[in-house]
Design a protein around this ligand. Structure first.
Ligand code: FES
Ligand code: FES
Length: 128
């Protein structure tokens, strides 16, 4: 299948690959899997004192579209609040990357990873 130029760019030059210490209280970790294909995505957000996402990293074991989707969202979330990051939707991701219908679930993985990271952060900061 043909990948869009933006997918190939993110796939060949993925932004922000890596990990933070998941036990760090300023780190939010979202780990999700796609039942359809078995691909796995880990997205981590580092939240600054001011409540803004100051950094993001990902590791994705999956197809080019999943890698591109996670690379893209690490760029999009920086400087946002968790609440703002939580509004990033798979339709925005798939539109930006021009994903074909069979690859929509790859962008859903990225949306779900953000949401899972937010849930993780809330569980670490129950009184925030
Ligand atoms: Fe094989 Fe996504 S289905 S890499
Ligand atoms: Fe399953 Fe892309 S995440 S094919």
């Amino acid at each position: 299948m043909a990948y869009s130029e933006k997918v190939i760019d993110h796939y060949e030059n993925p932004r922000n690959v890596g990990s933070f210490d998941k036990d760090d209280l300023s780190v939010a970790t979202g780990m999700v899997g796609a039942p359809a294909c078995g691909d796995v995505m880990k997205l981590q957000l580092k939240i600054g004192e001011n409540g803004l996402i100051e950094d993001a990293k990902f590791k994705t074991y999956g197809c080019g579209s999943a890698i591109a989707s996670s690379s893209l969202v690490t760029e999009w979330v920086k400087g946002k609040t968790l609440e703002q990051a939580g509004t990033i939707s798979n339709t925005q991701i798939s539109a930006e990357l021009a994903l074909p219908p069979v690859k929509i679930h790859c962008s859903i993985l990225a949306e779900d990873a953000i949401k899972a990271a937010i849930t993780d952060y809330k569980s670490k900061h129950p009184n925030a």
